[in-house]
Ligand binder design. Sequence first.
Ligand code: AMP
Ligand code: ZN
Length: 136
Amino acid sequence: MSECIFCEIVHGRAPCEKVYEDDLTLAFMDIFPVSPGHVLVIPKRHARDIFEIDAASLAAVSRTSQQLALCIRKALAPDGVMVMQLNGAAAGQTVFHYHTHLIPRAEGSSLALQPRVPGQPGELSALAGRIRLGLE
Ligand code: AMP
Ligand code: ZN
């Protein structure tokens, strides 16, 4: 078993609520959402951070992030969508497989990255379903 939870998800050995997948990227619901509709976009090929990721994966993650930000806007109509990407423990990175966070934001909401409570499975899959509609 890989020590990287996101590699486990890519290889189907750990579960996720998948939103989108292509040859180079995978997007799924964050299990500790900052806000309802919080999505993660990752490269399928393991890279620790922005210093390690290959150019093709980086471009693909950017493309998928834009596509799903559009889907989130269409599905959930947030006031804004924050795209966040952390590198190194000192920056707050906790999973060392490159990823972008897509976080729907409401006007006047405070940004609390920690502590967070786990998303309810039914709620995560319902939100994923609404966001996926934008891909059709
Ligand atoms: P970061 O602090 O940028 O490294 O963010 C890692 C994110 O991954 C956090 O928001 C976690 O809630 C999320 N996370 C950790 N494990 C899983 C998992 N198995 N499935 C979905 N999201 C996860
Ligand atoms: Zn990995």
